[in-house]
Design a protein around this ligand. Structure first.
Ligand code: NIG
Ligand code: FE
Length: 389
């Protein structure tokens, strides 16, 4: 495989800590990619010359590709009407999920596949080079299997979310639905998924139900993740930490005990500010979590109900503007943080040996991601050294 040198990088964020800077930023730098992996980074003046191809970044900034550790991309329809109502003051409730379930169940494989392919293009164009995808908008055995299978066509990071909400046909028989999720449904999706997730929240699943789902997933060899503390304080965070879940996502309403539990455990707190943007809830207290020593990730939660955006640059801008994160912390959370939330060591950084997932911005520094919100600053995107956008 060929050797590609990207040189004249004005600011290269590596996420390999240097002199106490976790972002390991290098000025006037270059990166050598060999066989799809990072082979070398350093001052452009010292760059190797035995290369097959050279890209001149002309002083622009480069960083690791974004790692979006939380999306729900297998669905049909949208719920723009709910968004509009919320902006006029109607509160969000978990039950809206059932509308997307109804639309998804009637969609063809091809329709779902085409939609997914569109999202992948959208993600790449915004600098996301790894993304997780959840099932959870069908909630039948055959339909969850289909969602998992289609998701596995576009990513290795597929999550089973049969425990998204109890579907209407089981409304009066929750226990039977949980039997299905923890039995035949789990078995059907098992070949395609790496993770299991549960929406532990009022209107979705209570802590005892969530516990049962996580235990069944872990027994089947899946890693665990939790949707918790999105709409109010609750047991989600403590349950996730007690389970050794890779991540607990949302973390919008946290008690001091939750923060202490996260700081003491090794569960990542994944913050999803697109949800607060789209539901008018208060943004999570990222500053408090970081100051307590918690590992924080930023993800899009791209879904038709609460956050219909796939933009990690927007999450970085919101985190900086609304959540007290520095630009460096926000970019780290959207790259290395996402990798931690997926328990991956090969992505989220540009250390030697990492997969060569690189984003070149049409800007001199990463600060422009927050300073120029809404502007398409992603200029070049490489996944494993191959240009995808
Ligand atoms: O992450 N919290 C649960 N699931 C989604 C919302 C899904 C929906 O409303 O369709 C979320 O916010
Ligand atoms: Fe979600």
């Amino acid at each position: 495989m060929s050797r590609l040198l990207i040189t004249n990088i004005g600011e290269l964020t590596t996420n390999v800590p240097v002199d106490g800077d976790p972002c390991g930023a290098l000025a006037d730098a270059a990166i050598l990619i060999d066989g799809g992996r990072v082979a070398w980074t350093g001052p452009a003046a010292d760059a190797p010359t035995d290369v097959d191809e050279t890209v001149d970044a002309a002083g622009r900034a480069a960083l690791p590709g974004f790692v979006d550790s939380h999306t729900h991309l297998v669905f049909a329809g949208d719920r723009a009407d709910e968004f509009e109502a919320r902006m006029a003051g109607v509160p969000y409730a978990a039950g809206g999920i059932r509308r997307t379930v109804a639309a998804t169940r009637t969609a063809s494989d091809d329709a779902l596949r085409t939609r997914l392919a569109g999202f992948v293009r959208e993600l790449h164009a915004q600098g996301t080079t790894t993304f997780e995808v959840k099932t959870g908008y069908d909630l039948t055995v055959a339909g969850e299997e289909r969602s998992a299978r289609l998701a596995a066509e576009v990513t290795d990071e597929v999550t089973f979310l049969g425990a998204h909400v109890v579907p209407a046909e089981y409304e009066h028989n929750r226990a039977a639905y949980l039997d299905l999720v923890c039995g035949p449904m789990l078995e059907a999706v098992r070949p395609f998924v790496r993770w299991i997730d549960v929406f532990c929240e009022r209107g979705a699943f209570d802590p005892a139900e969530a516990e049962r789902v996580l235990a069944a997933g872990a027994a089947a060899g899946l890693g665990t993740r939790v949707h918790g503390n999105q709409l109010g304080e609750g047991e989600g965070v403590r349950l996730a930490v007690a389970h050794g879940a890779a991540s607990v996502d949302h973390c919008t309403y946290l008690s001091d005990a939750d923060v202490a539990a996260l700081a003491a455990g090794d569960t990542v707190a994944t913050l999803l500010p697109g949800v607060e943007f789209s539901t008018r809830h208060p943004y999570p207290d990222a500053r408090g979590l970081l100051d307590a020593g918690v590992t924080v990730a930023l993800a899009s939660d791209c879904n038709p109900g609460t956050s219909f955006t796939s933009s990690l640059p927007l999450m970085v801008a919101l985190a900086v503007r609304e959540m007290g994160m520095t630009v460096g912390e926000a970019v780290w959370a959207a790259t290395a943080g996402g990798a931690r939330a997926l328990r991956r060591t090969d992505i989220g950084h540009l250390g030697v040996g990492a997969r060569a997932d690189v984003v070149v911005l049409d800007a001199p520094t990463r600060t422009h991601l927050a300073y120029r919100p809404g502007v398409p600053l992603v200029r070049e995107v490489y996944v494993g050294g191959k240009r995808v956008a």
